[in-house]
Write a protein that binds this ligand. Structure first.
Ligand code: PHE
Length: 540
């Protein structure tokens, strides 16, 4: 057997993991979520979530990867043969994400170019939606590829392939640049922002605590959701990265370092965002509340607008901003590809180089959908479902498998053995009870919202295809990659009945649904029990 690849140093591993965790979300998601959920008070649930779920799950993924010396699918197969599909599911959710994550990076390339001329000046919103994306009226209208975005996508994938095909040694070298660089660039914005009028007003918005929000469950759910997403958990990334660690490497302390560095960066990014937005509010004479936004809106509309209002060299700051986003995104993007490449390379006799080209090719072609004029709608739908169900589902499965199948206590003893920080029984509690409970509540909560009102008002068919359809496809493909037999005998029939049931729900009147459900439970159950009953009690 060939010797497994290794990181060149512990530093390389930790930096790569931080690079994966620190991404666009640290800038466009955290500050906004914090502001929406009680400002300074949000730090309380956020830190609680970090220590009760983020770090415990990070320890789990590192420990599993190191223990099994394999990417997610093979690692779960080593726990129990039949569980391999959970690993594939994680990989497939991550793979779906990188398909559109790379498109967002493609926009950044475009904006890097446009920043030279501040093309969006005075009309950032129209520039983004109309000139740049050429956005169509709805998801039903794809309306052709946007060539500039395709060019950006080529650049993104070329960089990913160039890095990943040479293995974790090259990854380890690249992250020495791509991790510190965005932090330094963010510092430039913090310094620039802090010296502008209105900055204090912006910071007040970001940090003034509203403790009443702590009484609302949604604040806590937002904190847990943000932690899982931000730490890049549940996509098999950290399992893959840790599988290239030496068998005697530290686990726990590395998890603490990664998680704290990531959350520290999020917190820091909030200063860059809110000082500059405070300035913008000051210039346009509106309250800060009216100018804040999150997600792509912040990165491509609000922040660029604020930049164009800067008193000196706005074009330079525009360029630096999109360079920041690119350097933030690239290591998150290639970590997702690395997880998939590791999984494929572990399972089949295909070289890493070939696996990289193959997977990147597929992801590039898939990404073309999101470079069409209707692409933004699809990106939004797929993103919503991947984060609310894919991520949460995989996280739930992971914690249950390690907590109960492998045994939390045994696993903890294993990771404690070589770790600089020893974990106590609290870890068992988090993995066995707390994390699954929170993730379970998150799913139910999202489902309730989903059925209450269709996400963002999209037409039902688009949500079925881009949302539920993608989830079903991921799970079925995951099972099929494990074994064709399990796919044909279990997951296909199960999904088919689920779809049939959904169709019935949609078209049958409620009376008939109750009739069918009650009959199935009562008479079907009776038939099942009778079929299992033994004949008599003679001879007992
Ligand atoms: N953690 C990244 C962020 O905060 C997002 C990400 C999720 C990256 C999953 C890779 C995988 O932006």
């Amino acid at each position: 057997m060939m010797e497994r690849e290794r990181w060149t140093s512990r530093m390389a591993f930790v930096m790569a993991a931080i690079g994966s965790a620190v991404g666009l979300g640290n800038v466009w998601r955290f500050p906004f979520v914090a502001y929406q959920n009680g400002g300074g008070a949000f730090l309380i649930p956020y830190l609680v979530a970090l220590f009760t779920a983020g770090i415990p799950l990070m320890v789990l993924e590192y420990g599993l990867g190191k223990m099994m010396q394999a990417g997610a699918p093979t690692a779960f197969a080593k726990v129990k043969d039949k569980l391999e599909w959970v690993g594939w599911w994680a990989i497939l959710v991550g793979f779906t994400i990188v398909i559109y994550y790379a498109v967002v990076m493609a926009w950044c390339w475009g904006y890097l170019y446009h920043s030279l001329f501040l093309s969006w000046k005075g009309r950032a919103e129209d520039f983004f939606y109309k000139d740049f994306l050429g956005l169509s009226d709805g998801p039903g209208k794809l309306g052709g590829l946007r060539l500039p975005v395709v060019v950006g996508l080529v650049l993104t994938w070329a960089s990913i392939v160039w890095i990943v095909q040479h293995g974790v040694r090259r990854v380890g070298r690249v992250v020495m640049v791509t991790v510190p660089l965005p932090v330094i660039l963010l510092a430039i914005f913090v310094l620039r922002g802090a010296t502008l009028p209105g900055a204090m007003e912006g910071l007040k918005f970001y940090l003034t605590p509203d403790f009443s929000k702590l009484a609302e469950p949604r604040t806590w759910l937002a904190a847990y959701g943000q932690i899982f997403f931000s730490l890049s958990l549940a996509f098999g990334i950290m399992i893959a990265y840790a599988s290239y660690l030496h068998e005697r490497a530290d686990v726990n302390n590395n998890a603490f370092i990664t998680a704290l560095a990531n959350c520290g960066t999020s917190y820091f990014a909030g200063f860059a965002v809110f000082t500059v937005l405070g300035y913008m509010a000051h210039v346009v004479g509106k309250p800060v509340a009216e100018v804040v936004s999150g997600g792509p809106g912040l990165a491509f509309i609000t922040y660029p607008t604020a930049i164009s209002l800067l008193p000196t060299v706005p074009a330079v700051f525009g360029f630096i901003f999109f360079l920041t986003l690119l350097s933030l995104g690239i290591d998150s993007a290639f970590s997702l590809v690395e997880a998939a490449v590791t999984a494929v390379h572990d399972r089949w006799p295909i070289s890493r180089r070939k696996a990289t080209w193959l997977l990147s090719g597929i992801a590039f072609l898939g990404g073309l959908l999101f470079t069409t004029k209707g692409g933004l709608y699809w990106l939004d739908i797929v993103d919503h479902f991947a984060n609310n169900y894919g991520l949460v589902g995989v996280g739930l499965a992971e914690s249950l498998i390690v907590g109960y199948v492998l045994g939390a206590e045994r696993f903890r003893e294993h990771v404690n053995m070589d770790s600089e920080v020893k974990l106590g029984r609290w870890w068992d509690f988090c993995i066995k009870f707390l994390t699954p409970a929170i993730l379970g509540i998150l799913v139910v909560w999202s489902l309730a919202r989903e059925f209450g009102s269709p996400y963002s008002g999209y037409p039902g068919w688009a949500l079925l295809v881009g949302g539920w359809g993608v989830i079903l496809l991921q799970i079925n493909l995951g099972v099929a990659l494990m074994s064709r037999r399990a796919f044909l005998r279990a997951s296909l029939p199960a999904s088919a009945s689920l779809v049939a049931f959904a169709v019935l729900l949609e078209f049958l009147p409620p009376m008939w649904i109750m009739f069918i459900v009650a009959s199935a439970v009562l008479y079907g159950g009776l038939a099942w029990s009778l079929s299992r009953a033994r004949r008599g009690y003679e001879g007992m």
